[in-house]
Design a protein around this ligand. Sequence first.
Ligand code: DNO
Length: 346
Amino acid sequence: MKMTFRWYGEDDKITLEKIRQIPNMYSVVTAVYDVPVGEVWSEESIRRLKTVTEKSGLKMEVIESVPVHEDIKLGLPTRDKYIEAYKENIRRLGKAGVKCICYNFMPVFDWTRTQLDKVSFDGSTSLVYYADQLEKMDPLNGELSLPGWDSSYKKEDLRKLFDQYKSVDEEKLFENLKYFLEQIIPVAQQCDVKMAIHPDDPPWSIFGLPRIITNEKNIDRFLKLVDNPYNGLTFCVGSLGADPKNDIVSMVDKYSKMGRIHFMHIRNVKHVENGFEETAHDQKYGSMDIVGIVRALVKNGWDGYVRPDHGRMIWGETGKPGYGLYDRALGASYINGVWEAVELLS
Ligand code: DNO
C-alpha cells in the first residue's frame, strides 16, 4: 500500500514539511482549490502544486476531489460542457503524473455531520451524526456550512437546486451517473488515471435528496455501469461503515479482489442508537474491524493508496474539523502498524 495524507494546498497550515515527517508517508492527496466547480484547472496551478509537493520529498499521485458539477448530476442539457471540462482535467492531471482521482456523486451536499465538536470521554472532540439533530437542521436557510461543502451557494441557489432535484430519484441519478462515466472512463483509461468514486456520507438519503453509493447492491450496480477497472472506488470505511447493515470486511475483500478499489479511506466510526460518532482510528474505540479490513487487503495483494481519514481534535489543536494534524498522524501510524503486523504474520 501507499500511505497518503490530505493536504489542502499552500494555504493549509499543516505544511508539507510536517506531513513529510509522518512515518511511511508517500504522497499527498490534494486539489486545486481556487477554481469554481465545473471549470478546467489551469496547468500552471497543477504544475505549481506538483513542484512544491515534490520539492518536499512527497509525490502528488492522488487528487481529492475533482468535483462534479450539479448539472451533470441533474442531467441537464448543459452537462456536456461540464463533462468536457472534466475530461480535460483528467488529461491535465494525468500529464502531471496523477494516478488516481477521487470524486463523489452526492447531490448538493458532501459529507454531513450534525455536530463538529462533540466532547468524548478523554476530552478530545470529534464529528458526530445524530438523527434528532439532523431533523432540526434546515438545509435551505443558507446558514449551514460544513468543511466539505461547496460554500459558494447562496440561499436562492439552494432553493433552486432543491427544486431541480425534485425530479431526480435514485433511478435517474444512476442514469445520470452512467452518462457521465461512459464519457469520462475512456479518457481516464487513455491517461492511465484510476477514477475512484467516494461513497455517500452518510450512506442514506438526507434532506430528501437521493443518494446512491450507499451499499453493496448499489456499488455492484455502479461498477457495472461501466465495467472497466478504471471505474473504481474510494472505499471509505467510515462512510459505508456508518450503516451497520454494510458488512465492511466482506465488501473490502470482494472489491479489492476484483481490482476495483483504488483508494482506501481508513477510519473508525462507532454506531450509537441515534446515529454514529467518529472515534480514534484504533479498532477498540469504534465499531469497525480495522484489522479485518487490512487483513483482507493484504490477502488480496492490494497495492493502492490509503489515507487516514477524519481525526479528532486533540492536544488543543484547532483547525478544519476532521483535518487536524495530530490525530490523523496517529491514525496513519496506527494503520502502518496494523499493516506491518498483518504482513509479517501472513
Ligand atoms: C470527507 C471526504 C469527502 C471526500 C469527497 C470526495 O472528509 O472524505 O469530502 O473528499 O466526498 O469527493
